[in-house]
Write a protein that binds this ligand. Sequence first.
Ligand code: CUA
Length: 327
Amino acid sequence: MPTAGLLLAGCAGPQSALDPGGDQAHALFSLFGLMLWVSGAIYAVVLAGLGWALWRAWRRRGTDARRDATLVGGVDARLDRTLPVVAGAIVLGLTVLITGSFFADRALFATRAAPALEVRVTGHQWWWRVQYRDRVSDGWIETANELHLPQGVTVRLVLNSADVIHSFWVPNVAGKLDMVPGRTNRLDVTARRPGWYRGQCAEFCGTQHAHMAFAVKVEPPAAFRAWLAAQAAPAAPAEGRGAAAFQATCAACHAIRGAGAAGRAGPDLTHVAARRTLAAGALTMTRGNLQGWIAQPKAIKPGTSMPAIPLTPADADAVATYLATLR
Ligand code: CUA
């Protein structure tokens, strides 16, 4: 395995199925490793056979034997019979292993008690609504385009779509699962390694499918609870030009809890500046990018439902400044 480790070292990173940081991703990686070794062995045998045939032909060059298409008497006939059986057995074996692990996983899912932590993730063109159950109010704590997972804890993700088919995929943590309108899919994930990962929509869903990413933070349970408590808190009260302009032009689509904005069409912005990215991973979260996004959303993400807001430059500046305080 050290050789494979060396070969695959370049495939590690925040969005890689070859660098598992969770139980479900580990199971998939093991299957991948097995298939890689089996296929590699077959490839080596085929190349060795080819090399041997070429070497024989070269040695017999100029003789009549060179034109003899058969192998050593009788061997080819036996190979003709056994090779399909061997190939079929390998394919069947791998199929049983892979489908078996799939059904074992679903059986485990069906019998397991629902994990204490449930997170609703809803796909939109082209962003992610993320909601955590609030045990205190029995409501939901909402954020967008960022998923936090407590390390070592099994979390049940409840996946839906608001429009077309999307697919939820964080390759370092688990396999992908489609988000289908009118249907609820559930995925249990157990992240083990702390750090930032990248999730990506894995089903073509329109022009900005590629810009439908999200950031995933796996952190120790105490840090996770602190983050969730901060998300649950309403935004700090704000006055001034930025807050007023937001209320007048943006609040119809965006919510800021505590500030009277309750729009549901777009992402909840209560703690937007605390997020790592903006516009579903299209931009990093900076005050300048907030302002650029407000001014030219369709230039950054053609097709986005976010309209160019008719704000005066001074108002746009004030709104960006205001949003940048929402941590
Ligand atoms: Cu959503 Cu692709």
